[in-house]
Design a protein around this ligand. Structure first.
Ligand code: SF4
Length: 396
């Protein structure tokens, strides 16, 4: 298959979970049988076929797949590790059949403790998965129970060791702070124990009470008390300071805090997620999946019955970005990266200097000590990182 140098990220959504966590508003369901899961994967295979050889999809989306080389595949969810390794293999085989895939492609699967074992992990390695993202969330059993996770800290630790034994050399661990009932000490303990495992990548997200979740209902009924902003910020600051501490073996920490909620060893920044923050192109396959191609954003239906009809009419939202959309998204997402954005990239992309639209905002944020110039562009200061929601909202 002939390709150009245009790179593409491929996201595959698996919407099944063992049970729903109380804080979660991701598109996922529990209670589906093995048969339902195979049927869903059949629909994914069919969707992957629609893009083969640039065939036009219903809904008017045309992508000339021959123009692209896939350099990242991210199997996310939901809990992709819930379905069998054979189904994952079918998906990857189909991707290799239909797309040109870079030899060095980063291939990630999200996994939750209780849904993986050493056989599955070994099978993942055999089919080419080279990055594992494990949802630990906390190493405190009481908190895990409180937020509705179905696994224990011990199950996570066992899976982590099994993943290493299976040959995974690139592991991400997801953990959460800002959980009601979580103290600074509990957060510190979880963060430190994860650091001591020395994963290549750590994602540390602040819990948000999302609409439509059981947590939101509990909040409305005064059954759940959110942490104060002050404690939430202390937890985030503690994570940043721990990332800078020397490692147990006495060597300096080699984690780069490279995005607001992500840190990694130098060569292990997540290539796939960087596409979202750098406005690079990606194609989302599966229920509710979003894509960004040719300056157009589009997404697949969230209705599983409609999706599984396989009648190619499942794109239910599309939007061609205006120049204004592109500019504000470029800054909004790019400034999440700790290195910030480059003025040269901005000008090359939009044909004008950043000062044309954002002179006032940039001056105000510089004066407030929230952003700083880097010589080639601008980035958040430590204070700006702390108040990132406010800073980023200036560019929307
Ligand atoms: S496992 Fe993940 S996707 Fe599934 S319900 Fe919990 S948080 Fe949501």
């Amino acid at each position: 298959m002939m390709t150009t140098n245009r790179k593409l990220g491929l996201y595959i959504h698996i919407p099944f979970c063992l049970s729903k966590c109380l804080y979660c508003d991701f598109l996922s369901f529990s209670g589906f049988s093995d048969e339902d899961q195979s049927r869903y994967v059949q629909s994914l295979l069919m969707e992957l076929d629609w893009y083969r050889d640039g065939r036009e999809k219903a809904g008017g989306i045309t992508i000339d797949i021959l123009d692209y080389e896939v350099d990242s595949i991210f199997i996310g969810g939901g809990t992709p590790s819930l379905i069998s390794a054979e189904l994952i293999e079918k998906l990857l085989n189909k991707i290799h059949e239909n797309f040109s895939v870079d030899q060095d492609c980063e291939i990630t699967i999200e996994a939750n403790p209780k849904t993986i074992d050493r056989h599955k992990l070994k099978a993942y390695r055999e089919v080419g998965i080279n990055r594992l993202s494990i949802g630990a969330q906390s190493l405190n059993p009481g908190l895990l129970d409180f937020i509705g996770r179905v696994h224990t800290p011990e199950e996570f630790l066992k899976n982590y060791e099994e993943a290493r034994a299976a040959g995974f050399e690139n592991i991400n661990v997801d953990i959460m702070f800002g959980i009601p009932g979580q103290s600074l000490e509990i957060w510190s303990d979880t963060f430190q124990r994860v650091l001591d495992l020395a994963p290549q990548h750590i994602s540390f997200y602040g819990l948000k009470i999302e609409e439509g979740t059981p947590f939101q209902l509990m909040k409305q009924n005064n059954e759940l008390v959110e942490l104060s902003d002050d404690l939430d910020r202390k937890m985030y600051a503690l994570a940043l300071s721990k990332l800078r501490e020397p490692k147990l073996n006495g060597q300096c920490s080699n984690y780069d805090h490279y995005e607001l909620s992500n840190a990694a060893e130098t060569k292990f920044h997540c290539r796939h997620n960087l596409k979202y923050w750098s406005m690079d192109e990606y194609l989302g396959i599966g229920l509710g999946a979003h894509s960004y191609i040719n300056q157009e954003r589009f997404s697949v239906t969230r209705d599983i019955a409609r999706y599984q009809k396989n009648n190619a009419s499942h794109i239910d939202w599309r939007h061609t970005n205006s120049k204004e959309d592109e500019i504000s998204e470029f800054i909004f997402t790019g400034m999440r990266k700790i290195e910030g954005i480059s003025f040269q990239n901005y000008e090359a992309r939009f044909g004008e200097p950043i000062s044309r639209r954002y002179k006032n905002q940039v001056s105000k944020l510089l004066r407030g000590g929230l952003i700083e110039l880097t010589g080639t562009g601008m980035k958040l200061t430590l204070l700006g990182i702390d108040l990132s929601n406010y800073v980023l909202s200036e560019f929307v």
